[in-house]
Write a protein that binds this ligand. Structure first.
Ligand code: NPQ
Ligand code: MG
Length: 385
């Protein structure tokens, strides 16, 4: 195992001048509908940010969904805040490193998913220019990462079991079931019976429960789950403290963790003993690494979440998941879990793992002809005023 160079190693932090920002919307059909406690998706409407700099181009994928039903951010809202505020600020900033982008954009409150996409695009351009990979820059310690898969709410138990069996066959190292009131104990019991007692199994409620459900959720303790993810609304850290005291299954926060300060606070209050890290949710990969570092220091395991990314966002997630504190398999599934064809070279599962891209920047090549062919809106170009 090789330990790669840490963040800000020499050469990789050469600044770039952003000359233009392009916004692309692409409609990606999903290979099967994905149902969660907040709705059913049949396509992924994705916003891509391309920065054109004096040192070359870079790409970032925004994780927001088309509609504000999972997070307050959504595709057209992100596109608008980038066009109206973030891109103009970046174009006026002169020479910037990815590590400077957060402070350039800090005057805008919130909008973390939009900011993350912009910062990632700058980082990709900067690292492509210096020949450094995301993995090297982030501090990756392994050449491939263990992968899990997130399984949607199914029409019935038979179809759920068939879907899970297919993923097991493909080699996934951990199964995550989406749950909601009315779809929890029975599907979990059935899948546990299918997988056997040793398999890694966890559940994600996407905020669908309330503290009135604590006694019911305690029944999940019978199934030896790795964790229960985000049972309650994101603002209610105290409710998660109450649940963590009441059940044996570890509580893991996702939506609640918007940055390093919230993460440390939630850990110190014993609201969460494991954290799902998603760079888009916390404003970018640099903040994601700070959360990782804070968790590692406190012996809190982390894993890399997923937002149905195309190969562009997936590449960066896989690099992040190669950091030392990512000790649990993530939602870094293969491209074919979601898409028949990806916007980059496909990420293919080998022995339940994905390889960390080794090339400069994200290490993947964006298939610009597909971005053009599958666009759902005209491309927008933002240049200096
Ligand atoms: C989660 N992701 O962990 C999210 C939720 C999620 C892989 O379970 C379109 C875009 C549909 C983003 C469905 C996984 C989505 C989405 C679910 C994110 O909470
Ligand atoms: Mg989640």
């Amino acid at each position: 195992m090789t330990t790669l160079a840490p963040v800000h190693s020499s050469g990789s932090a050469l600044p770039v001048v952003v000359e233009a920002v392009e916004l692309h919307r692409v409609a990606m059909p999903l290979v099967r509908p994905f149902e969660t406690s907040f709705g059913r998706q049949t396509a992924r409407e994705v916003l891509l940010v391309r920065v054109i700099t004096d040192a070359g181009d870079g790409w970032g994928e925004c994780v927001a969904m088309a509609d504000p039903v999972y997070s307050s951010e959504y595709v057209e809202g992100c596109a608008d805040v980038i066009r109206s505020y973030l891109a103009p600020a970046l174009l006026e900033a002169g020479t910037v490193r990815a590590a400077d982008v957060a402070s350039v954009l800090d005057f805008v409150i919130g909008h973390r998913m939009a900011k993350a996409a912009v910062e990632t695009a700058v980082l990709d351009a900067q690292l492509r220019a210096s020949g450094t990979s995301f993995g090297e820059y982030f501090g990756a310690v392994r050449p491939e990462v263990d992968c899990g898969v997130s399984v949607g709410i199914a029409p019935d138990l038979d179809s759920l079991l068939a879907e899970v069996a297919g993923y097991v066959e493909e080699g996934y190292r951990r199964i995550k079931l989406k749950i909601k009131p009315g779809w929890d104990l029975l599907p979990v019991a059935a899948v546990r019976a299918l997988l056997g007692p040793e398999a890694l199994l966890q559940v994600d409620a996407n905020t669908a429960y309330t503290i009135a459900d604590i006694d019911h959720l305690r029944e999940l303790d019978a199934f030896g789950l790795l964790l229960i993810e985000q049972p309650f609304v994101e603002e209610d850290i105290a409710a998660h403290v109450r649940l963590a005291r009441a059940i044996d299954t570890p509580v893991c926060l996702d939506e609640s963790i918007t940055g390093t300060r919230v993460a440390i606070d939630a850990i110190e209050r014993d609201a969460t003993s494991i954290i799902n890290i998603k760079a888009g949710r916390v404003g970018g990969y640099l903040e994601a690494i700070r959360i990782h570092d804070a968790c590692l220091e406190r012996d809190v395991p982390v894993w890399c979440g997923g937002m149905l990314e195309t190969g562009i966002g997936r590449a960066a997630n896989v690099a992040l998941a190669a950091l030392p504190g990512f000790t649990l398999p993530g939602d870094t599934s293969a491209s074919n879990r979601y898409f028949a064809e990806d916007l980059t070279e496909s990420f293919v599962l080998v022995d339940g793992r994905l390889a960390v891209p080794a090339g400069p920047g994200s290490g993947v090549t964006v298939r610009t002809e597909l971005v053009e062919e599958w666009k759902s809106r005209p491309t927008q170009l933002i240049t200096r005023a």
